[in-house]
Design a binder for this molecule. Structure first.
Ligand SMILES: Cc1cc2nc3c(=O)[nH]c(=O)nc-3n(C[C@H](O)[C@H](O)[C@H](O)COP(=O)(O)OP(=O)(O)OC[C@H]3O[C@@H](n4cnc5c(N)ncnc54)[C@H](O)[C@@H]3O)c2cc1C
Length: 429
């Protein structure tokens, strides 16, 4: 209690140069950067701990950035690429790698140029960001929820917050960096407060949608596929019958829906199309390395090696992973115990067509609770791309997922947070 009183007195006595709202990836980068430049920084975090989302990122391993060259990197950013270019050139993926290595975190580059901590622990990334703040003198208050940004005319004047004992407080400050994140995985603390603050101050919020989220299907066999993970699949997303996106890699099935890197990467387009009332389907080429003729020859070879009285399920077993055998037989409407010698040409053609294009009608998508990122957010044209300062409110800076920026899986989203957080933390006029 005494400690808390001292903290509150300290806030009253010492003015801060900048208040950062939200100790996530962007907020910690921004706060540490400002403090390193000699600014007095107050970082307010509503959860009991910093960087909760970072700590669970990359399935607990944290895909901290992606090492691709700049042009290729930016191709993975789904919207407002040009806006991001300034922040990215100020602090790019190479700078992120150097930053964490200087903070003592060894990194490795894996398949797809994805960068992970060698320890395999996302906590090392979150702790390195926290240390960067603490070592540079950032004052952090946890369990402190900002409830509003105060302005005087068109300038920032401070923030209102509820402290850990539930009391409303006010802190005056002429600069505020808003890094409250999006609305995905709200249990990590990102519940969209920043959108409300920005909207109150006259900013436009582009419609929020879950992105990198599992897709729901009405496919009758879906419930039998839960737990299945398929590798080397080529997936094509069709919107109103037209192929709009193709991806290659892993696909998984669970009670949440169709997921895995491939499904997540196509999900942004699928979600937008569903919202627009369009018809969406996903086809999976399970034999992407073989064209139809080669696949036909392969099936002929397999059947030639088998006894004529062996079952169709055994042929399937030679072609696909076991959990897919029965669902595929039902999908093809061929009895699993049919003798292979009795398979007709039409049935073989149907098998080939299905292996090359197993089709899932997409009816819905998993909600924000399961989405890796939020698409939409504060309209980027209302923010100065050279500074991250609001063009509507002087002294208000924004960074990270609260902005209308989102990208593919692969380390791009955290890099967006680091690049924009760094630039905001420089507090350029
Ligand atoms: C499961 C999962 C895995 C992911 N894996 C990866 C990955 O491997 N690689 C990658 O690049 N991206 C990944 N992402 C995405 C990435 O984590 C986010 O894009 C990134 O964390 C966004 O950073 P941010 O700082 O903008 O927001 P956040 O990290 O969400 O931080 C926002 C912070 O603000 C705080 N806050 C919110 N409102 C208030 C308030 N009113 N007052 C005070 N504090 C407040 C929150 O508690 C939170 O700490 C993953 C996301 C999820 C959900």
């Amino acid at each position: 209690m005494e400690e808390l009183n001292q903290t509150e007195e300290r806030i009253e006595r010492e003015p801060y140069d900048v208040i950062v709202i939200g100790a996530g990836a962007a907020g910690m980068m921004a706060a540490g950067t400002a403090a390193r430049q000699g600014k007095r920084v107050l970082l307010l975090e509503k959860m009991e701990k910093s960087g909760r989302k970072v700590r669970i990122s990359g399935k607990g391993r944290c895909n901290v950035t992606n090492a691709r060259p700049a042009e290729e990197f930016l191709e993975h950013v789904r919207v407002n690429r040009e806006f991001l270019t300034q922040a990215f050139s100020e602090f790019n993926n190479r700078a992120t790698i150097r930053f964490f290595e200087r903070q003592g975190v060894k990194l490795d580059i894996e398949r797809g140029e994805r960068v992970f901590p060698r320890s395999g622990k996302a906590w090392d990334i979150a702790n390195a960001l926290l240390e960067y703040c603490v070592d540079n003198g950032v004052k952090i208050l946890y369990e402190t929820r900002v409830t509003g940004i105060i302005t005087l005319g068109d300038r920032v004047f401070g923030v209102r917050y509820r402290n850990k004992r539930g009391f409303e407080r006010k802190e005056e400050c002429s600069k505020v960096i808003l890094t409250t994140g999006g609305v995905s995985y709200p249990a990590t603390g990102s519940t969209g407060d920043g959108y409300a603050f920005a909207a109150d101050l006259g900013h436009t919020i582009e419609p929020l949608r879950p992105s990198l989220t599992p897709l729901k299907t009405t496919h009758a066999q879906m419930k039998f596929l839960h737990g299945l993970l398929l590798r080397n699949v080529r997936a094509t997303l069709y919107v109103d019958g037209e192929a709009v996106r193709e991806e290659f890699g892993e696909i998984g099935f669970s009670e949440r829906g169709i997921e895995g890197a491939v499904a997540l990467r196509v999900s942004r387009d699928a979600v937008d199309a569903l919202i627009d009332g369009k018809t969406v389907k996903l086809t999976l080429d399970l034999k992407s390395a073989l064209d139809e003729e080669t696949l036909r020859a392969r099936i002929a070879r397999e059947t030639a090696e088998m006894e004529p009285t062996e079952f169709f399920s055994e042929l399937l077993r030679r072609l696909v992973p076991k959990p897919l055998v029965m669902p595929l037989a039902r999908e093809l409407d061929i009895h699993s115990k049919q003798y292979i010698s009795k398979l007709t040409e039409a049935e073989i053609s149907r098998l080939i067509k299905t292996l090359k294009g197993l089709t899932f009608p997409i009816s819905d998508y998993a909600p924000f609770e399961y989405a890796v990122t939020t698409a939409g957010g504060v309209r980027c044209s209302e923010v100065n791309p050279y500074t991250m300062e609001s063009l509507k409110v002087k002294g208000l800076y924004m960074a990270g997922e609260v902005l209308d920026l989102d990208a593919n899986t692969g380390g791009y989203n955290l890099q967006i947070a680091f690049s924009t957080g760094r630039l905001a933390g420089l507090l350029k006029d």
